[in-house]
Design a binder for this molecule. Structure first.
Ligand SMILES: O=C1O[C@H](COP(=O)(O)O)[C@@H](O)[C@H](O)[C@H]1O
Length: 247
């Protein structure tokens, strides 16, 4: 079912953790490894803590998991805003993931150089095949951005499956982000959204008039993969019954 709505944030997180475990099993059984792109921002920390907790840590063959980041703030890895730091603290360090399995942005480079270097790392990892993540985790901002695909930014028009740097006036900083074409090459994409302050964005992205300039998350539509939404009831509150039906 592409749309998973739960009464609480906790049950939403558990469902997504189970989905993560299932996708990891599937990928490792089929290809010997699981390549996942983590999301950042405020929503996924609890998911990462759950995955590292005793209930889930034994369910995944972590040594065969490779971690990437779907976007990053252009800040040092030690900065509290760093997506890498959050994931390291909540997930990677508690699990003892080897550094060689963690692909973090080199934010000491210029934004353009960091984006180019990350694109190359991704291409080298998947070479000779095109970059195809087993799972891309995504959040949704209350302005309908996802990854660092912000409204009215140039990166929304990207036609190449790579990583780009974008200056986002709204947050007054450079961000580094997967382009929509790169995300859409994934085998699976999962949005995690909770809280009433995201309800309007969920409705606009899922049910609103097509307008990716205003609602960038509308760009996410895997060409040969699945797209899942994990919502709590508060985030799903503005969906009409018909829109609450599976995609
Ligand atoms: O996919 C993502 O979405 C968030 C927006 O999520 P929020 O929980 O911070 O509102 C984004 O900023 C984040 O970096 C990204 O990976």
């Amino acid at each position: 079912m592409p749309l998973h709505i739960h009464p609480t944030t906790e049950s939403t997180l558990r469902d997504l953790a189970e989905y993560f475990v299932a996708k990891a099993h599937e990928a490792i059984a089929a290809r010997g490894r699981f390549a996942v792109a983590l999301s950042g921002g405020s929503s996924p920390k609890k998911l990462y803590e759950l995955l590292a907790s005793p209930a889930y840590r034994a369910q995944v063959d972590w040594p065969n998991v490779y971690f990437f980041f779907g976007d990053e703030r252009n800040v040092p890895r030690t900065d509290p805003q760093s997506n890498y730091l959050m994931a390291k603290t909540a997930l990677l360090a508690p699990l003892g993931v080897a550094d060689a399995h963690v692909f973090a942005f080199e934010t000491d480079l210029s934004p353009a150089e960091a984006a180019a270097a990350y694109s190359k790392e991704i291409n080298d990892f998947f070479s000779p095949k095109p970059a195809r993540f087993d799972l891309v985790l995504l959040g949704l901002g209350d302005n309908s951005h996802t990854a660092s695909l912000f409204p009215h930014t140039e990166v929304l028009h990207a036609t190449t499956a790579d990583v780009q740097a974008v200056f986002v006036p709204e947050v007054d900083m450079y961000r580094l982000t997967f382009t929509a074409p790169l995300i859409n090459q994934a085998r699976a994409v999962a949005f995690l959204v909770f809280g009433a302050d995201k309800a309007a964005a969920v409705r606009r992205v899922r049910q609103g008039t097509r307008n990716a300039e205003e609602f960038p998350a509308q760009l996410i539509a895997p060409s040969a993969g699945e797209r899942q939404w994990f919502l709590d009831e508060a985030a799903a509150a503005e969906l009409s019954n018909s829109a609450a039906q599976p995609d």
